[in-house]
Design a protein around this ligand. Structure first.
Ligand code: ADP
Ligand code: ADP
Length: 224
C-alpha cells in the first residue's frame, strides 16, 4: 500500500499559500510529517482526509484518487483532527458505539466487540462509563485514537496528537501508536521532533507549504 501525493497546492482566499507544490510518496508504516506551526500540516492532513480540496495536484491511495473517490477513501480512513470536539455528557462507551454505527457496523454484537476491544487497546476500558467531557488531555487523545481505529482503517491520519500532553501521557500515546501495525499507513503530523524520532520509519519536514527534507528519521534528525 502506498499514498502518492503529487504537486499539491492550496491557496486560501486570504492569499495564504498553505501548500506549495507538495510531492511525497508514503509507504505503509509510520510516517512523520514534521513542521513548525503554520507550515501547512493541517491543510495537507485535511486534504488527504477528503475534508477539503487542493487547488491543483493529485493524491492517490494505491489506485484510488482521493479527490474523485472520496467515499472509497473515507471507508479506508481513520482521522484524528487537531481539535476534535467531544460531546461532554456522553460516556466513552456510548460515544464510541455511536461512531461505530456511523462507520456502518450495524450488527449489535459486532459493534459491542469492536468498541470493547478499542477501549481495552487504548486503556480506557476502566473509564468507559465516564463522560468524555471530564477526560484529561491524554485520555481525550487516546479516545480520539480509539475513534479513528473503528472499522479497521488502512490509512490513519493523526494531526498534532501529542501537543499539550505531559511526558508520561506522551509515552503512553507513543506506545499506543506503535502498536497500530505496519501494514497500514499512519501519518503523524507534529511539530515535536521526538514524536518522529521515536515512532516513524519515514518522514518529511515541511515549511511554508513546501517539503524541505524527506527520508528516514535518524540521519535526518541528526543533521538538523
Ligand atoms: P477557503 O479559501 O478554503 O474557502 P476561507 O478563507 O474561506 O477558506 O476560510 C475557511 C474557514 O477557515 C473560515 O471559517 C475562516 O474563518 C477560517 N480561517 C480563516 N483564516 C484562518 C487561519 N489563518 N487559520 C485557521 N482558520 C482560518
Ligand atoms: P500547520 O498545521 O502546520 O500549523 P496550517 O495548515 O494550519 O499549518 O496552516 C498553514 C497556513 O495557512 C497558515 O498560515 C494558516 O494561518 C493558514 N490557514 C490555515 N487554514 C486557513 C483557512 N481556513 N483560511 C485561511 N488561512 C488558513
Amino acid at each position: 500500500m502506498e499514498l502518492r501525493i503529487q504537486h499539491l497546492s492550496k491557496q486560501y482566499s486570504n492569499g495564504v499559500q498553505a501548500l506549495n507544490d507538495i510531492s511525497l510518496t508514503i509507504p505503509a508504516g509510520m510516517f512523520g510529517l514534521l513542521g513548525p506551526n503554520g507550515a501547512g500540516k493541517s491543510t495537507l492532513m485535511r486534504t488527504l482526509a477528503t475534508l477539503q480540496d487542493a487547488d491543483s495536484g493529485t493524491a492517490h491511495l494505491d489506485a484510488i484518487d482521493i479527490r474523485t473517490h472520496k467515499d472509497d477513501i473515507r471507508r479506508l480512513l481513520g482521522y484524528l483532527p487537531q481539535d476534535f470536539g467531544l460531546y461532554p455528557k456522553v460516556s466513552a462507551y456510548d460515544l464510541l458505539e455511536h461512531f461505530a454505527l456511523l462507520k456502518g457496523i450495524d450488527n449489535r454484537k459486532e459493534r459491542k466487540e469492536v468498541v470493547e476491544a478499542l477501549l481495552h487497546q487504548t486503556n480506557l476500558y476502566n473509564v468507559k462509563n465516564k463522560h468524555v467531557g471530564g477526560f484529561s488531555g491524554g485520555m481525550r487523545q487516546r479516545f480520539g485514537i480509539a475513534q479513528a481505529l473503528i472499522g479497521n482503517p488502512k490509512l490513519i491520519i493523526v494531526d498534532e496528537p501529542t501537543a499539550g500532553l505531559d511526558p508520561e501521557e506522551r509515552v503512553r500515546f507513543h506506545n499506543l501508536l506503535s502498536d497500530i501495525g505496519n501494514d497500514k499507513i499512519v501519518i503523524l503530523s507534529t511539530h515535536i521532533v521526538e514524536d518522529v524520532a521515536d515512532l516513524c520509519n519515514n518522514m518529511a519536514v515541511i515549511n511554508k507549504g513546501q517539503v524541505i527534507l524527506k527520508g528516514q528519521p535518524l540521519p535526518l534528525i541528526d543533521s538538523i
